[in-house]
Design a protein around this ligand. Structure first.
Ligand SMILES: Cc1cc2nc3c(=O)[nH]c(=O)nc-3n(C[C@H](O)[C@H](O)[C@H](O)COP(=O)(O)OP(=O)(O)OC[C@H]3O[C@@H](n4cnc5c(N)ncnc54)[C@H](O)[C@@H]3O)c2cc1C
Length: 348
């Protein structure tokens, strides 16, 4: 792994003739599969997407995500490749959905977590330090609540439950069929198959594990935020993400467990974090409490595995929305031109 995040690219033995053929099947309509289908369709493939669940996508990890597009904030706890691919993804989100909000992210901390705040500032790039007054200019509701903050002005966020249907509309406009209620088997195929089954792909990727992320959705008209606010916390990076219609997502825990329940302790911590950001959250209405399993490899890095006609894109961990566009672009570059990005691709 290169520590500066730069990739080494080489051209592998060109994909087989069949892999360059017209048909491509994408398995899984989460954020990874949706972007893969889009990139392959734009590269001229005849793509069909198979999804075992229904159109609500409640069974997908993507349904529970925060949707933060935060390559520089994530740099604090991730390897440089995440920032590199994440930064590329921001361009691709902008191109595909120009109305994606890029209002930046704010990072704040309680005085007792000062050391963590300074550490975060040291380990992440792309931010500016804001005074209390500057914070209030950006987010009037936070006036007087924090002495300073880190502002990552180039970051964005999407609302997963709205953006997946928007991307699917793009696919349909390109003539791509999405077959719901269609559990697809991964077997030998004589055409390209891109496996984006997330945590369900353990039959081909046994080192995949689920990392539970719990989240709570609340509704209040007493608070207005224009961007995600991260509150540094000794155990988890907690955040509040504004959605449309006075909705806020409070996330997220990160627990080495594949149980999908939400514990009382996690709920207390998430709600306390929101209350600490602003006491008006105490009056908010709880709309939903839920959890998703982030698909992760032991190194918590994404991987594109190429084996004959089958390409597996997985391990998006806590960065699925951040990385899916750039990973899809890499897959398409391999399929079209045989290009291999050595940081994330393995030819098996
Ligand atoms: C609480 C929480 C907050 C998060 N916040 C963020 C964030 O702010 N930013 C960010 O970038 N990431 C975030 N993530 C991470 C992100 O959600 C994941 O990385 C991403 O959703 C993984 O996407 P995926 O497409 O690989 O998997 P999934 O979304 O799980 O999609 C896989 C799909 O494959 C389908 N499938 C499985 N088997 C089959 C089969 N045999 N046939 C057909 N279909 C099949 C499943 O039904 C599913 O719909 C968060 C995650 C959680 C849990």
């Amino acid at each position: 792994m290169l520590q500066n995040g730069s990739s080494t690219r080489e051209t592998a033995a060109a994909p087989t003739k069949a892999a360059r053929g017209a048909i491509a099947h994408v398995i899984g309509a989460g954020i990874a599969g949706t972007w893969q289908a889009l990139a392959l369709a734009k590269a001229g493939r005849r793509v069909t997407v198979f999804e075992r669940g229904d159109v609500s996508m409640t069974q997908a990890t993507s349904h529970f995500a925060g949707g933060m597009l935060a390559p520089w904030c994530e740099g604090e706890s991730s390897e440089p490749v995440i920032t590199r691919l994440g930064a590329r993804s921001l361009d691709l989100w902008r191109e595909e959905l120009p109305d994606t909000p890029f209002n930046g992210s704010l990072v704040v901390a309680h005085p007792r977590d000062r050391a963590d705040f300074e550490r975060f500032a040291r380990l992440s790039g792309g931010h500016k330090r804001l005074s209390g007054r500057e914070i209030a200019k950006l987010e009037p509701i936070l006036e007087g609540r924090f002495q300073d903050a880190l502002f990552f002005k180039d970051e964005g966020h999407v609302e997963p439950r709205r953006v997946l249907p928007k991307l699917r509309a793009r696919l349909e406009a390109l003539g791509i069929e999405i077959r719901f209620h269609n559990e697809h088997e991964i077997g030998d195929a004589n055409h390209l198959v891109v496996d984006c089954r997330g945590i369900a792909a353990r039959d081909v990727a046994p080192d995949l594990r689920g990392v539970k992320g719990e989240m709570i959705i609340v509704e209040t008209d007493e608070i207005a935020l224009s961007r995600p606010v991260r509150l540094l916390h000794p155990r988890w990076p907690l955040y509040i993400i504004p959605r449309e219609d006075n909705i806020f997502m409070i996330g997220a825990t990160s627990i080495e467990s594949e149980d999908r329940g939400v514990s009382v302790r996690s709920a207390l911590e998430l709600l306390s974090a929101a209350y600490a950001v602003h006491p008006a959250f105490g009056e908010a209405r709880i709309v939903e409490i839920g959890a998703g399993l982030r698909p992760a490899f032991p190194d918590n890095l994404p991987r594109i595995d190429i084996k004959g006609q089958t390409i597996t894109v997985n391990g998006l961990y806590r960065h699925g929305f951040l990385l899916a566009p750039a990973l899809a672009e890499l897959t398409a570059a391999y399929v079209q031109r045989g290009e291999v990005d050595n940081q994330v691709m393995r030819c098996l």
